[in-house]
Design a protein around this ligand. Structure first.
Ligand code: ADP
Length: 655
């Protein structure tokens, strides 16, 4: 081979090698092209991922942390608009400077250590208002091909809502525990079928008396003494059925310092359920009511005793509400009426009252109910054999602290025997007065006859035998006797409704004048003045009206030991009425007694009986007489100054 040939071959070889190399390069170039395309595709995919991610993503470049890229979610959290790329992060978010964020970034940028944080709070300035956000995030260093750090990639999760919800939950749990612990009620929470104490507040621990360290232990290990008090069954039932158990004033013994203590509790045991509705425990809410329970027991005991007492009494006792409807009665009433308790309460009481008294009783009861006055009446009540038996019935109101009537208590006592005795006495008195009146009147007649027959001057005989004064005395005494007898007769007539009026027309003024003349005749040294402001005829019982005036005047004289002046006045108090008043200057009557003196046999105690003789009948009779004339009687008086008794009657001129 020639040298040239050799060279050519050499060159051809080289050329071939170049071709091969070229071919290889071409192939490499193709695959590079392909991988470049793959890369671009990957970048697009990656960018798409970053853009569409709900995570917050940003790339910060250089030591000034220029925002190279930020996705939409992070821009929304920042709240500084969408045009932030190319600006330094701390310029866009000046508010984070103070919050240590730059320090974290610097740490990553200069030391190349990724930084991860959980639940980091950052406040973002939203239009001047700082809003707290919470983030889980990572700061990762970004490298160039020379492995130098050129920036930081930030990827974060906004977990604000979750953290806030957790915080709220914690807060509410805290509040709830706080509430349990500071409550005065006894509260505990038990978990599981073994009733393990999860929470027990101080109040319940105090009552249990087993110290502070009870949480985590089973209730029955802590309080073995309640096992025999039926508690495990109750708890088990609540735990198994979910039905709450409620108790009031329930007695429970607790072993405290080696001693069993009895306490009373209001409590509720309630099932606790998890979010699936499964029972997972029991809550105890209780209140100690020992004092109240003991008091209630005491009250119940004394109420029982009182009922027994009331039932044991022979008196008929009943209780009515403020409106007078009976609500309770004792056995005595039921025995007497033969009614059942229910019938007694529901039947009308008026049906048991004698028809003669029914209207009066009804009126009086109504009056007392509306005024609150005590009731005090004599009434015939029908027994189980339909016999009417006399009773003294009294009722008195019971009032609350404000003075309002809450109920009425009434008591009825049988007075049948008393009434019968009274009637017998009255019959006897009537008989005696009647029988005595005739002989006494004839004694008076004979005395007056003797006085009339006695010559004016009997000379010396008078000295030896003072006949006239003695006869005068007999006459006065007999007159007193007659007055007494007629009062007694009148009394029994009134009692037996036999007092009848003999109505006639007469001139009141002349009648009063005549009476005064008679009175002056027998009471020599008295001064009786009559002022006649009104002159009239009346239709009335002349003798009875006279009797009232005589009673007023004799009382006026009798109760005026230091005065002998009595002033009478006849006047017209209102149209068609006439009034007669008798005024004295005697001892007077105090206000409390003024309403009493018209009652039968009422005499003011303290007035010396020896000084003022009498029986307390006169004013009673006067009152009856005036009432029967449809008139009124009243008194004005002041102790030590005197009294003014007045009666008024209608003129009745139509008769
Ligand atoms: P008596 O027979 O006791 O006088 P009365 O029925 O006439 O009975 O009077 C009842 C009571 O009223 C008297 O006991 C007296 O205490 C009192 N009384 C009546 N009139 C007067 C009076 N003018 N002054 C003071 N007390 C009087």
């Amino acid at each position: 081979m020639t040298e040239d040939n050799l060279k050519v071959t050499e060159l051809e070889k080289k050329l071939k090698k170049r071709d091969d190399e070229l071919e290889k390069l071409r192939n490499e170039n193709d695959s590079l092209k392909r991988s470049n395309l793959d890369l671009i595709e990957e970048i697009f995919q990656f960018k798409g991922l970053v853009y569409s991610s709900t995570s917050l993503i940003t790339f910060l470049k250089g030591p000034d942390y220029i925002i190279e890229f930020a996705n939409e979610p992070i821009k929304e959290v920042w709240g500084k608009g969408y045009d932030v790329e190319g600006k330094p992060l701390l310029e866009v978010l000046p508010e984070i400077r103070e919050q240590g964020i730059k320090e974290y970034l610097d740490q990553v940028y200069y030391q190349g250590e990724p930084f991860h944080a959980k639940s980091l709070p950052i406040d973002h300035d939203k239009n001047g208002e700082m809003v707290r956000y919470y983030f889980d995030f990572s700061y990762m260093p970004q490298y160039n091909s020379e492995n130098e750090i050129i920036g930081i990639g930030v990827i974060a999760q906004d977990i604000t809502d979750r953290v806030k919800a957790e915080l709220e939950l914690k807060e509410s749990e805290h509040r709830y525990r706080e509430m349990i612990h500071s409550s005065n009620s006894l509260i505990a929470i038990l978990r599981g079928p073994d009733m393990v104490i999860e929470i027990a507040n101080d109040a319940i621990k105090e009552v249990w008396g087993k110290g502070d360290d009870v949480e985590g232990k089973s209730l029955f290990d802590v309080l073995p003494e309640i096992i025999d008090q039926g508690m495990p069954e109750i708890f088990r039932n609540v735990y198994e059925t979910g039905e709450a158990f409620v108790a009031q004033e329930s007695p429970i013994m607790h072993l405290k310092d080696g001693e069993m203590n009895l306490g009373y509790f209001d409590f509720i045991y309630q099932a606790l359920r998890d979010s699936n509705g499964e029972i997972e425990g029991i809550s105890i809410i209780a209140n100690e009511v020992t004092n109240q329970a003991l008091l209630n027991r005491q009250i119940k005991k004394s109420e029982r005793e009182f009922r027994e007492l009331v039932n044991f009494m022979p008196h008929k006792i009943s209780l009515a509400n403020a409106e007078g409807t009976p609500i309770y009665t004792n056995h005595s009433w039921l025995d007497f009426t033969g009614k059942s308790f229910e019938d007694f309460l529901s039947d009308s009481y008026l049906d048991m009252v004698h028809p003669d008294e029914r209207e009066a009783v009804e009126n009086e009861v109504e009056r007392c109910l509306s005024t609150g006055d005590n009731l005090d009446i004599e009434v015939r009540i029908k027994d189980k054999n339909d016999n009417y038996i006399w009773h003294l019935s009294k009722a008195t109101p019971i009032r609350d602290e404000e003075g309002n009537i809450t109920s009425w208590i009434s008591s009825s006592t049988e007075i049948q025997k008393l009434k019968e005795d009274e009637k017998r006495q009255e019959d006897f008195l009537k008989l005696v007065s009647h029988e005595l009146k005739t002989p006494v009147t004839s004694i008076k007649g004979y005395v007056q006859l003797l006085l009339a027959l006695l010559p004016e001057d009997i000379g010396d005989t008078e000295k030896r035998l003072p006949i006239k004064p003695y006869l005068n005395r007999i006459e006065t005494q007999v007159e007193r006797l007659i007055r007494l007898l007629s009062e007694m007769l009148d009394l029994s007539r009134i009692e037996q409704s036999e007092l009848e009026l003999k109505i006639e027309k007469f001139n009141l003024n002349s009648h009063v004048n005549e009476i005064l003349e008679d009175l002056e005749y027998s009471n020599k040294d008295v001064e009786l003045e009559l002022q006649q402001d009104f002159k009239t005829d009346v239709y009335a019982d002349k003798d009875r009206i006279g009797q009232v005036i005589i009673n007023f005047v004799t009382n006026a004289l009798k109760y005026s030991p230091d005065s002998n002046k009595v002033q009478l006045r006849i006047y017209e108090p209102e149209k068609d009425y006439v009034a007669v008043s008798v005024k004295d200057f005697g001892i007077g009557i105090n206000e409390k007694e003024q309403s009493q003196i018209f009652k039968r046999f009422y005499r003011i105690s303290g007035n010396n009986d020896d000084t003022y003789e009498g029986f307390g009948i006169g004013l009673y009779l006067s009152n009856e007489i005036i009432e029967r004339h449809n008139g009124k009687i009243f008194v004005k008086s002041e102790i030590g100054k005197g009294s003014d008794f007045t009666f008024t009657i209608p003129l009745n001129h139509q008769k």
